[in-house]
Design a protein. Sequence first.
Length: 218
Amino acid sequence: MKENHFKTTEALSLASFKEMDYLAVAQYNLPIALMMENAGLQLANLIALSATKASTILIGVGNGNNGGGGLVAARRLAAWGYEVYLDIPVEITKPLPAEQLERALLFGAKKEVIAIPDIWVDAYLGFSQRLPLGEAFLTRMQAANTSKAIRISLDIPMGISEDGTQPMFQADQVLTLAAPKQILNTLSIKTKIFIADIGIPYGIYEKFNIPMPSFFKS
């Protein structure tokens, strides 16, 4: 019997998490840009735990809010003196990710794909990703999975599916946002999963009848 990361009663479906995200904005006036900033800072902190100042960090981003979080992390890491590169397989056209891309480049992140990064970050796609993936993302995934880089995914790995039949970014670590996700139980128990506080209040966790993670502890 496969061991799970989370109890089913303490984790959300992707549809429920999407609703949680919406309620944070609609009922608590929590801006998406602020949640993106929180996610990116938490991601940068996690990446830094595996990096040295000599490490090369490649952050893959797409044209959505998950990509925006990756770009926040890129800006933060560049500001801290790390060598950060950006893999952008699709054009960034949406306003929030576009703003974050501009800032990340101003802070010193390089819009350049390097062949052998020490850390490869998957912020390509978020919880709204559609399967099967397009060729641009599949190519990146294959390159990442065959590399010797430490692989870190933001929220959920690119390509993850309930039945495990789709090619997937093989993350060593996952920083999932706000709450455990039921779909992450499909991952190997060897995958380290962390939960990031992005500012969603206690009252929303109560509405979904799941415990709020103990963010105040770590």
